[in-house]
Design a protein around this ligand. Structure first.
Ligand SMILES: *[C@@H]1O[C@H](CO)[C@@H](O)[C@H](O)[C@H]1NC(C)=O
Ligand SMILES: *[C@@H]1O[C@H](CO)[C@@H](O)[C@H](O)[C@H]1NC(C)=O
Ligand SMILES: *[C@@H]1O[C@H](CO)[C@@H](O)[C@H](O)[C@H]1NC(C)=O
Ligand SMILES: *[C@@H]1O[C@H](CO)[C@@H](O)[C@H](O)[C@H]1NC(C)=O
Ligand SMILES: *[C@@H]1O[C@H](CO)[C@@H](O)[C@H](O)[C@H]1NC(C)=O
Length: 799
């Protein structure tokens, strides 16, 4: 009897196991069968269990989607949906593979909600979910008749290709329906992102700045094959030359490339243990640059994380949706012969990009600009630039509002005169432009800009809030961050509930670095900020370890700064792998660049040829342009000179020492000097004149460097002409060059270019370098070009 009882138990268990495995590990749906929404536990699972396919319940409703998701992601992350815009009923809906070889999703009433675009084919035998996450319809000979990879929603998986006529379309905030942002190949063969909203549409990536072209972003429009995708290492490539690697580059990680509801494109990596995602690449770091994020009239403000806000006199159109923007609290009655109806509210450091009515680039007074706007009912406000003499931009519409603390202009928005606008303190931004990289935390967008609880972020609130940013937010942020940092020893930063990782950037112990450098034996060099030693890490990576001298900021600030530098990644910038901060030790760990610095290949007998010089000039310009642009506001290098331009074995330049200005402590005993950073001879006149320091100081230094490359000698030295007259070699050179060019001397190029090259150089390139160099060292910083435009000009003469 007892045996009999046991047998029953065994049979029951075996039965359970069979059922379990039947329902769990099926990856095939045969012809004539279907998946029903009621038994939504019944799903297709890929053989390696990475992906699952079945019905997914829409939150809070009775709607269901037929979808594919990452099995272990938590919460569930959907990669594909058949019916994202038409959820089916929770009862009676099903997905079937008909006898005719068509996959059909039907709702409870029998209506077809979605179907595969296959033609009636009796060859089709089954649907399978592959390990790649691709749902395929196969025929008798196992050939693919239809695949979900051909019709992506908002996500691309490894080996899935984005091609001509395909689009990734973002979801709406908080749902699965198609949103306003998409990634696609435009007719000029370039991969772009566009915002296509209810009342406006515009391209926003790559940056639509009319003065720039695709080549500036390292793209090309020459290849019309239009194919993009990434592999299982996390290496993305597109035929328009867009290429990037996941920061955790390598096998064994599940990844996805998704265009988010916030319009940003990100590569994510899945943590097998937690089911959480980390961002391992991101297209846009200046999050307010995404068009439509905040809608009409609204202003995107970095507080420091981006937040939308309505100007005084305006309120949110739809309290649950910022993309709907703001609307006037009370309508403006426009009567041009009766302008007393209208007044303006002032929004400092704010721009509304585009939609200009008049653009007046001749010196204009604020009053004239104001009058111009009052005269037209079509004018909703204007932007007044204070740099130079005063430029005026009147606006027929107010979109793309963004407030950046370094923006040199004020926007004025029309409101009815009788509207009471609460007094608010003016924003007092930190105008102390010491050379620095801006706060790291500004880079971190969060979903909180859409928080329902904080919907009504009022302007006045923001003003007082902004005042407190510098202190409370930063402190809290730093403390939290520091906490994380201490706990894990890794600069993981929480973003969107994900961790932003840069796996290669980490904290090292002092012991590790001591060992790597064999007790700081091999000194590579010595600079203003400290000595540099060569070393080899335990994983055999060659590194350069910089020991920072002098007095340093506290741990928190030090680490906050480093997190900015640690993320900066560009082929023309020396990569920082990590740091060490223990007690009084402050060390930075850099990639090792093998071929010394530019000065040792220029001012010595071991000089380089013209090709290399041009390549270095272009690469350096690209690196600086990246620093100035790609980061949220910008990182100013402040010490561009040949010693800081390192060369690899191919003579590709890598700029060293960026972002260090802020690491040294301000207010130290020699604070007069610590404010000034740079090297005599390469320093722009602004430093001496105590003018605000902008990215144009780097442009100046770059100009000196390329003129030195052309001439092959130091121009930064002082020369003594008479006993009394001191002149920098550069000033003399510029004076002579200008007169030579004016006089149209025939042989001016031959006379100028490094004699040691014995005339072997490209005349066009030499002329371009000299012309750019002279423009860069202009005393008036407004007349110097930007690094972006330098790159553009140099690319035109590249061979
Ligand atoms: C179905 O759509 C895919 C992708 O759009 C396309 O490549 C394929 O040719 C279509 N098939 C049929 C039979 O129309
Ligand atoms: C376009 O890109 C593809 C893939 O990278 C490459 O095979 C092809 O040669 C390129 N075509 C042209 C015209 O450059
Ligand atoms: C990605 O990494 C691979 C291997 O390290 C390297 O060959 C490739 O150049 C990298 N690509 C980019 C765009 O950094
Ligand atoms: C994570 O899961 C994937 C797929 O299941 C597997 O290939 C990979 O080896 C796992 N990685 C780790 C680190 O366990
Ligand atoms: C505009 O104001 C003038 C002067 O007050 C008035 O005569 C005219 O009727 C107004 N026009 C409109 C369209 O309200």
């Amino acid at each position: 009897m007892r045996y009999y009882y046991h047998l029953k138990t065994y049979i029951f268990l075996a039965f359970l196991i069979v059922c379990f495995s039947l329902s769990q590990s099926q990856n095939v749906l045969r012809k004539g069968s279907s998946l029903h929404v009621e038994s939504s536990a019944k799903v297709l699972v890929s053989p390696d269990k990475s992906f699952t396919c079945g019905f997914h319940a829409a939150e809070g409703t009775n709607g269901y989607y037929f979808a594919i998701w990452f099995t272990i992601s938590n919460p569930r992350t959907i990669v594909w949906m058949a019916n994202r815009n038409r959820p089916v009923n929770g009862r009676g809906s099903m997905l079937s593979l008909g006898r005719n070889g068509v996959i059909v999703l039907t709702d409870v009433d029998g209506t077809t909600v979605w179907r595969s675009n296959t033609t009636f084919s009796t060859d089709a035998t089954r649907i399978e979910l592959l390990n790649t996450g691709n749902l395929v319809l196969l025929d008798l000979s196992d050939a693919i008749i239809w695949q979900s990879f051909d019709i992506p929603t908002d996500t691309l998986l490894p080996f899935q290709q984005l091609t001509k006529d395909k689009r990734l379309v973002s979801s709406r905030n908080g749902g699965h329906a198609s949103g306003y942002y998409s990634l696609y190949y435009d007719s000029d063969n370039v991969l772009k992102m566009v915002f296509d909203g209810p009342d406006t549409s515009s391209l926003y990536w790559p940056s639509p700045d009319p003065t720039s072209n695709v080549f500036q972003y390292g793209r090309t429009n020459q290849n019309n094959s239009r194919i993009a995708g990434f592999d299982d290492y996390g290496s993305f490539a597109s035929t328009d030359d867009l290429q990037f690697n996941a920061s955790d580059f390598g096998l064994g990680v599940l990844r996805r490339l998704t265009i988010g509801y916030d319009g940003n494109l990100r590569l994510y990596s899945l943590n097998n243990a937690t089911g959480l995602w980390s961002v391992s690449w991101e297209a846009i770091r200046k999050k307010c640059d995404v068009t439509g994020l905040c809608g009409r009239f609204a202003v995107c403000v970095y507080t420091p994380e981006p937040r939308c806000s309505c100007p005084p006199g305006y309120e949110m159109t739809d309290p649950s949706d910022w993309t709907a923007g703001c609307k006037p609290i009370s309508n403006i009655i426009c009567n041009t012969s009766h302008s007393e109806h209208v007044k303006f509210v002032e929004l400092p450091q704010t721009d509304f990009y585009g939609y200009d009515l008049d653009v007046i680039l001749t010196p204009t007074s604020l009053n004239a600009c104001r009058e111009l706007c009052l005269k037209s009912c079509n004018c909703l406000g204007f932007n007044y630039r204070l740099t130079g003499e005063g430029y005026c931009f009147t606006k027929r519409d107010l979109y793309n509002g963004v407030q950046i603390r370094t923006f040199p202009a004020t926007s004025y928005v029309k409101v009815p005169v009788r509207l009471q606008i609460p007094d608010y303190p003016k924003l007092v931004f930190n105008t102390d432009f010491t050379c620095k990289s801006h706060e790291a935390n500004v880079l971190l967008g969060t979903t909180s800009m859409y928080d329902t609880t904080e919907k009504k972020v009022k302007w006045a609130y923001l003003y007082s809030f902004a005042g407190a940013i510098g202190t409370i937010e930063l402190l809290v942020f730093i403390l939290c961050w520091w906490f994380l940092f201490r706990k894990q020893g890794l600069p993981d930063i929480v973003e969107d509930g994900y961790n932003l990782i840069s796996s290669q950037f980490r904290a090292f112990t002092y012991k590790e670095l001591k060992k790597a450098t064999t007790n700081f034996k091999m000194e590579l060099g010595r600079g203003g900020s400290g000595e540099v030693y060569s070393g080899v890490l335990a994983d055999e990576r060659a590194v350069a370890v910089k020991r920072l001298g002098g007095i340093f900021q506290g741990d928190e600030e030090f680490l906050a700064e480093l997190s900015t530098i640690g993320r900066i990644s560009h082929m023309n910038l020396v990569r920082m792998w990590g740091y060490c901060s223990e007690g009084k030790h402050r060390l930075l760990v850099y990639e090792y660049v093998s071929n010394l610095s530019l000065d040792s290949h220029l001012f010595t007998s071991n000089f380089i040829g013209w090709r290399e010089r041009y390549k270095i000039a272009l690469g350096t310009a690209k690196g600086l342009a990246y620093l100035h642009n790609e980061c949220l506001e910008w990182v100013i290098h402040c010490d561009v000179k040949p010693e800081n331009i390192l060369l690899d074995s191919e003579f590709e330049p890598k700029i060293a020492d960026f972002g260090l200005a802020k690491l040294s402590k301000r207010g130290a005993p020699d604070s007069e000097f610590s404010r000034i950073r740079g090297t005599k001879g390469y320093m722009a006149p602004e430093w001496a004149l105590n003018l605000p320091i902008t990215a144009k100081v780097d442009v100046y230094s770059y100009g000196v460097v390329i003129l030195e490359m052309v001439k092959g000698i130091r121009l930064s030295n002082w020369v003594v002409d008479d006993d009394q007259v001191h002149e920098v070699e550069l000033t003399k050179f510029v004076r002579i060059m200008k007169s030579k060019i004016l006089d149209r001397e025939e042989s001016w190029l031959e006379d100028t270019v490094d004699k040691r090259l014995e005339g072997i150089f490209n005349r066009n390139q030499a002329a371009a370098l000299i012309e750019i160099g002279l423009a860069c060292v202009d005393g008036d910083r407004n007349r110097r070009p930007t690094m972006d435009s330098v790159v553009q000009t140099l690319i035109q003469s590249e061979d």
